[in-house]
Design a protein around this ligand. Structure first.
Ligand SMILES: C[S@@+](CC[C@H](N)C(=O)[O-])C[C@H]1O[C@@H](n2cnc3c(N)ncnc32)[C@H](O)[C@@H]1O
Length: 231
């Protein structure tokens, strides 16, 4: 297969898709600030999942300048999104973006290390998963959709904490699990930092593969994505 032509063909699909045009200016702002954001193919995955699942309550780990949160909010005007960002400067940039794009009322933006913010959220609301369909447990606080796109070496930690705020049917999506090929092969690793992040990501992928609390698919789209459906 001619990968180069396949890639170009896919890129052109997203370059020319009408809904992608809508967010093009915001892609430009992210580039200006040197902030990585979801790739167009990932935008496509999110779009399909969100329009199908219609989640009301969304949690995002890794706001950046707010591209993906804005995308999700505009796609689902009835959804509420909580998004977590470590860096104060990005938090401020994201606030400006949310206000500019008119999605501020839908978004709760929390700054600080995600593990601290996640713990606060876990403690704030009561998240309990029913052990059987007969258990009369109110899990209405649980998130319907969780998007993890943050520190790549900490996916296990973020996933485990996010899982505590899920319920049966919640979908947890993790972006960049292939790390540009480094997760799959040492041949793509060129320095110590890459080696560490690849090791951590391999551990995370091995974990979700056998985790019985959710069914997970690994998709080779964009930079690789896991889609876990909580059981
Ligand atoms: C890839 S960017 C997010 C992009 C965003 N999802 C989008 O597509 O528009 C990852 C973000 O995670 C943030 N981040 C890294 N470590 C974090 C942590 N421990 N807690 C919260 N955010 C973190 C980074 O500052 C960065 O802005």
């Amino acid at each position: 297969m001619d990968i180069l032509h396949v890639d170009k063909y896919i890129d052109a699909f997203y370059d020319e898709a009408w809904w992608a045009q809508d967010m093009m200016a915001l892609r430009g702002i992210a580039e200006e600030h040197y902030v990585p954001i979801i790739r167009p193919e990932m935008e496509g995955v999110l779009q399909s999942l969100l329009l199908t699942l219609q989640p009301r309550k969304i949690l995002e780990i890794g706001t950046g300048i707010g591209f993906s949160a804005t995308f999700m909010a505009r796609l689902l005007p009835d959804a509420q999104i909580t998004t977590l960002e470590l860096i104060e400067k990005r938090y401020m940039e994201a606030r400006t973006v949310f206000s500019k794009y008119g999605v501020e009322p839908q978004i709760e933006l929390i700054t600080g290390d995600a593990s601290v913010s996640l713990l606060k959220l876990i403690n704030k609301e009561s998240f309990m998963k029913a052990k059987s369909p007969d258990d009369n447990i109110d899990n209405s606080d649980a998130y319907d959709f969780i998007f993890i796109d943050s520190a790549k070496s900490r996916y296990y930690e973020f996933f485990s904490m996010a899982y505590r705020m899920s319920k049966p049917g919640t979908v947890i999506v993790c972006d960049n699990v292939l790390l540009d090929g480094r997760t799959a092969s040492d041949a793509n690793i060129h320095n110590r930092r890459d080696k560490t992040s690849a090791k951590k990501m391999r551990e995370f992928v091995a974990y979700v593969k056998t985790f019985t609390g959710a069914r997970t698919s690994l998709l080779g789209i964009g930079d690789g994505v896991t889609v876990s459906t909580v059981l």
